[in-house]
Design a protein. Sequence first.
Length: 221
Amino acid sequence: MQALGAIEAIAPSRWLSAFVSEFGLAASRPVEPDDQQLIAAVRRGDTSAFEPIVRKYQPRIFATARRYARRESEVEDIVQEVFLKAFQKLDSFRGDAPFEHWLMRLAVRTCYDFLRQHQRNRETAVADLTDDEEAWMERFATEPAGAETDADAARALVQRLLERLSPASRLVITLLEIEEKSVKEIAALTGWSVTAVKVRAFRARAEMRKFLRQMTPDKYL
């Protein structure tokens, strides 16, 4: 009787947890549908199934867009365009690769389109280095390892140089040097050939050196 009273005194949730723990059982939980299931549902006409896809990949698409757009309103426009295209082109997804890969290719190409559309808006004048950037370049030229402490100045300088590049150059340098993608990965994301990626990377580095020479004395190059 005492044992029965003890069991009855346990709250149902505590009793279930104790039972599961004692016998090594797993409590049943609702299984979240995977990408393939959600895509199939959208194709059947259940447009609400696209919402979990947006929630899942939205952080990564935002992070990608912020590499190419300065204003948050522009970033939001890019993200919206990516998911709109994804929804409209969902029937073209064949499933021979993960959906995430397909979506990121779409995101990269949308960002490239954004860069090309805004190419004329880039500033034509090249400003001199700021004092912090000048100091960082001075230290980097004499002691590269010690210049790591001035990360903010380095990032600011790299961002200024990236904004001066042509769309193709900015895209390939961002993917290659900042996101550390391989040449083959960049080719898959952009649709360019491996040879084209290598050529564009070479040209992009040349562009960056040219703009840097305009901003600072040749002693740093």
